[in-house]
Design a protein around this ligand. Structure first.
Ligand code: SF4
Length: 87
């Protein structure tokens, strides 16, 4: 299980979640922030910090955002994976 960052993050990238993640597994892509599912320890600290309610536990992602579950995984497998957040 992991947490997933969804559509409300696009164009916002508030980064409040980055500050509270104990394992630094939140990365920055061009359009939004992403959680690396292999590194996330499922602590839940990031979820309440998001000002636009973009973060959900994988099993609680709202129906309109379920495409973001695979997007969060596949983005790390591409040629241009998300990097350390720009702060
Ligand atoms: Fe980081 Fe915890 Fe959020 Fe996973 S659930 S991204 S470990 S703060």
């Amino acid at each position: 299980m992991t947490y997933v960052i969804t559509e409300p993050c696009i164009g916002v990238k508030d980064r409040a979640c980055v500050d509270v993640c104990p394992v630094d597994c939140i990365y920055e892509g061009e359009d939004q922030l992403y959680i690396n599912a292999d590194e996330c320890i499922d602590c839940g600290a990031c979820e309440p910090e998001c000002p636009v309610t973009a973060i959900f536990p994988e099993e609680d992602v709202p129906p309109q955002y379920t495409a973001f579950i695979s997007k969060n995984v596949e983005v790390f497998e591409g040629d241009n994976p998300p990097g350390r957040p720009d702060r």
